[in-house]
Ligand binder design. Sequence first.
Ligand code: AR6
Length: 176
Amino acid sequence: MAVQPGERMQVVRGNITQLQVDAIVNAANASLAPGGGVDGAIRRAAGPELDEACRQLGGCPPGEARITPGFRLPARYVIHTVGPIYHGGQLGEAQLLRSCYINSLRLALEKGIRSIAFPCISTGVYGYPKSEACVIAVTAVSEWLRDQELPERVIFCCFDEEDYILYKKQLQELSA
Ligand code: AR6
């Protein structure tokens, strides 16, 4: 019997740069220029080659995704996606955030990636309300997993306790 979507999703609390997965996702900006938050952490851990690889990509519109090697990271790839800046929710933010997850998963499928970890895209500097973002993330990923065999495993990597609790609860509701 096929493995249910809920069993292929997992929540961890911690630093995404340390995860032993095929790909980690970065919450980037549209220029793919160096930033703070999770982007800063990923660039520090991957080394300067990642900055150069990002420069060569020439940017990425919100909702889309691009891929680079992981360089010095344990992860083989970094998938860079650009979340929406939250302006109150009436400017298509939810659709864009969903697209970040779906387009990242599409790239993962194309590359044969079996395990992938996502940070909580847009919920830091870009100000997306954490609870709404969590529902969008878990819904998008579970819908994808229902139809696709790859990635086999998706990790939601929560940096803070608030997100960790939200994701745990959301995944429990899914399996209830
Ligand atoms: N591991 C996992 N999650 C982390 C880590 C880490 N090491 N560090 C922070 N987070 P943010 P955004 C969480 O601000 O809101 C950048 O400067 C953090 O707690 O990194 O999409 C870009 O260049 C939060 O939950 O990304 C853009 O300009 C989540 O990662 C802008 O910020 C996302 O927070 C993008 O803003």
